[in-house]
Design a protein around this ligand. Structure first.
Ligand code: NAD
Length: 407
């Protein structure tokens, strides 16, 4: 059975063994400290009252308040939310930001609700969870089918109940409402910092390094834009309808402008069409899955030509594929390190709110470069010292930091 929470435990257990963590102690580290489930009423536009179900998994707060997104989706379930909250613990620890892991969600199909009904769901969820949220307790953020507008509404509801403005309780807010400059590009930017550091480790010349990016949403497009700025050669890009490939390179801003006008990349004339499946198998140096989970599997791992993978999406490589990639000598920079620029910048937003500061985008991206560089170097030192994969080294660093804080 593909149980996300059990998978998250499997993923960390080898690193726990490397650190000599016994099963009992590992259970304490992997089980969420608290899972709060709530049922709350919302009066729909028809006048009918409906009860919604939501939950918040507070995984570990040894290093600081719980931190993680709130998703609105019909697929929200306890196992998934628990797994996602544990990944947030390890991601915050690798990035060395003073937060623990959390995640929450409401079971709701956003396509079936009016704007007003969705606002009431957001407010209802905050009312139901009020006691367990707060800038020093648990700091949610947007996730699937929630956005800065949802966070603005949630801050408003929380502040009303608290009787004081409490913008540091949520991150991912709109700029005018306490959000941070630089958050939009942060995750992709952080990934491009990782790319540069990886290239330095292996003496790759940017202009000779071919990159394929699967998914050019928020994360993929900013990764591409900043990688291109550093001189790397983007040769393939895709969206949900398929991708484009040109071995001589693609001008990413031109391709994005084309997609904005035509709705997709499919008939972009300066490159040839490639399916999302074939994009992963192209003769490139670096593969950057930036869309969905579980796209590199036991079925296609052996056919991958890239020597390096930077996991910008969450969970793009299955555990089975990971073993095969390691056997092939492919270096995979795991999601908890590669895409941690997003949560690092959420920490910057929280910090600015707590200290009543406002940083410029240049400040934010410069601080983010420092954070990502330190995180990468810390992981690399453990990888080299213990001669283990980048994924295992990332979990070793994260586990050690959470254990040390727990003491
Ligand atoms: P997004 O919705 O902005 O973009 C997703 C992109 O994937 C879109 O371009 C879409 O067309 C494309 N896509 C959808 N189905 C596809 C398919 N079958 N094949 C190829 N492309 C497909 O989302 P995002 O914010 O860019 O997030 C992407 C991934 O990064 C997710 O796994 C997310 O969890 C992860 N992530 C995002 C952030 C963040 O700050 N946004 C932070 C950490 C991790």
């Amino acid at each position: 059975m593909n149980d996300p929470f059990q998978n998250s435990i499997k993923q960390i257990s080898e690193s726990a063994e490397i650190l000599g963590i016994l099963p009992g102690a590992l259970k304490k580290l992997t089980e969420p400290q608290r899972v709060v489930t709530v049922h709350f009423p919302v009066v729909m536009d028809s006048g009918e009252e409906k009860i919604f179900y939501g939950l918040r998994s507070q995984h570990n707060n040894a290093r600081g308040p719980y931190k993680g997104g709130i998703r609105f989706s019909p697929e929200v379930n306890e196992s998934e939310v628990k797994a996602l909250s544990s990944w947030m613990t390890w991601k915050c620890a690798v990035a060395d930001i003073p937060f623990g892991g959390g995640k929450g969600g409401v079971v709701v199909d956003t396509r079936l609700l009016s704007k007003g009904e969705l606002e009431k769901v957001a407010r209802g969820f905050v009312r139901a969870l009020f006691d367990v949220l707060g800038p020093n307790k648990d700091v949610p953020a947007p996730d699937m089918y929630t956005n800065s507008e949802t966070m603005d509404i949630m801050v408003d509801e929380y502040s009303k109940i608290a009787g004081a403005r409490a913008e540091a309780t949520f991150t991912g807010k709109s700029i005018g409402n306490g959000g941070s400059e630089g958050r939009t590009e942060a995750t992709g930017f952080g990934g491009a910092v990782v790319l540069k550091l990886l290239a330095e480790k292996f003496s790759l010349k940017p202009e000779e390094t071919k990159i394929a990016i699967q998914g050019i949403g928020n994360v993929g497009q900013y990764f591409g834009i900043f990688a291109e700025k550093q001189g790397f050669k983007i040769v393939a890009l895709s969206d949900s309808k398929g991708g484009i490939y040109n071995e001589d390179g693609i001008d990413i801003k031109d391709a994005l402008a084309y997609k904005n006008t035509h709705g997709s990349l499919a008939s972009y004339e300066k490159a040839s069409f490639v399916s999302n499946e074939d994009l992963l198998l192209l003769p490139v140096d670096v593969l950057v899955p930036s869309a969905l989970e579980n796209v590199i599997t036991a079925e296609n791992a052996s056919k991958i030509h890239a020597k390096y993978i930077i996991e910008m999406a969450n969970g793009p490589v299955t555990p089975e594929a990971d073993v095969l990639l390691e056997e092939k000598g492919i270096i995979s920079v795991p999601d908890i390190l590669a895409n941690s620029g997003g949560v690092a910048t959420s920490y910057f937003e929280w910090y600015q709110n707590m200290h009543k500061e406002t940083w410029t985008k240049e400040d934010v991206l410069s601080k983010l470069t420092e954070k990502m560089t330190k995180a990468f170097n810390d992981v690399w030192a453990v990888k080299t010292e213990k001669n283990i994969s980048t994924r295992k080294a990332s979990y070793v660093v994260a586990l050690q930091r959470v254990i040390d804080a727990g003491k």
